[in-house]
Design a protein around this ligand. Structure first.
Ligand code: FES
Length: 295
């Protein structure tokens, strides 16, 4: 049941996020995109999910088509007013199309790990962008065929669709938190050192879940030293305490397979792009103590 007290745009987003046709399309299409992304192995995720950047790459690249097509819209208006700027407007249109290829690839890489409403809304976002891209291709062909009036009209329609798609992209990020850091900074980190475990309770070379001030932690012991990182995965908040210990002091998230260093929280393998918060630790009289994250 949709909430009538919600704003018009929230209700529109809700409707799209629960649309059964988009849901079905997303369900069918997602395994294909997931297979394509994962077939490339960790290096593909490292690039497309923005792990190398420490930030989701998709929202960065979308600025290229949006920016280029905004310039096209302005230049088209100048052309309609009588100035000859056809070369420049066609060039910016083409630049937007080139940029959209990179934006689409990174967008699908992020979308491949979604489920439920974000997956459905993401499908709507992708479809709207697909329509906009197709429209710009048609516009370019019309311009090349010297039918500039029709080409400009199609470009304006495409711009409207691309703007709507960008709005849905904003909803996915701001409302559904795709591409955001899920364990930003703990709201209430301990100021001073706080006891969270005993050293003996942690197997040497093993992981152990702990908590402080309501913050989930994951501890890792190496000899007499204990390391502590946030226990909620930065990608989508997955429970790292249920993850698997891998290689030399790494944990693999049970939800989408991101791998983090247990010693400093660094991302070793995507799709996560943000590192885990690392807490300062010490061992005193057999007790493991932690305090606010190391910055
Ligand atoms: S929640 Fe997605 S990899 Fe951890």
């Amino acid at each position: 049941m949709l909430n009538p007290e919600k704003s018009l745009n929230d209700r529109l987003t809700d409707r799209l996020a629960r649309n059964s046709i988009l849901a079905k399309l997303g369900e069918t299409w997602q395994p294909v995109m997931l297979g394509l992304r994962d077939a490339g192995g960790p290096p593909v995720k490292y690039v497309l999910n923005g792990t190398f950047l420490g930030h989701a790459l998709h929202p960065v690249l979308t600025d290229i088509p949006i920016g280029a097509w905004t310039v096209t819209a302005v230049l088209d208006a100048v052309e309609l007013a009588g100035s000859d700027v056809a070369l420049a407007s066609d060039a910016t249109l083409g630049l937007g199309l080139l940029g959209s290829v990179a934006a689409v690839a990174t967008g699908y890489a992020d979308w491949a790990d979604t489920k439920d409403e974000p997956r459905t809304l993401g499908m709507g976002h992708a479809l709207a962008n697909g329509i906009a891209v197709a429209g710009y291709v048609v516009s370019l062909l019309l311009r090349r065929a010297d039918r500039r009036g029709a080409g400009i009209a199609v470009a304006y329609l495409s711009y409207a669709v691309a703007t709507f798609a960008a709005y849905l992209g904003g909803e996915l990020m701001a409302n559904y938190q795709l591409g955001t850091k899920h364990t930003a900074e703990p709201l209430d980190p301990p100021d001073g050192f706080t006891r969270v475990a005993t050293l003996d309770a942690i197997e040497d070379g093993g992981m152990s879940a702990a908590g402080v001030n309501g913050i989930a932690l994951l501890l890792f012991r190496r000899g007499q030293t204990v390391f502590a990182i946030s226990g909620a995965c930065t990608h989508r908040g997955g429970p790292l305490r249920e993850g698997t210990l891998e290689g030399d002091a790494c944990v693999r998230c049970p939800w989408h397979g991101s791998v983090f260093s247990l010693e400093d929280g660094a991302v070793i393998e995507g799709p996560a792009s943000f590192p885990q918060a690392r807490f300062e630790t010490r061992v005193v009289d057999g007790s493991v103590e932690v305090r606010a994250p190391v910055r």
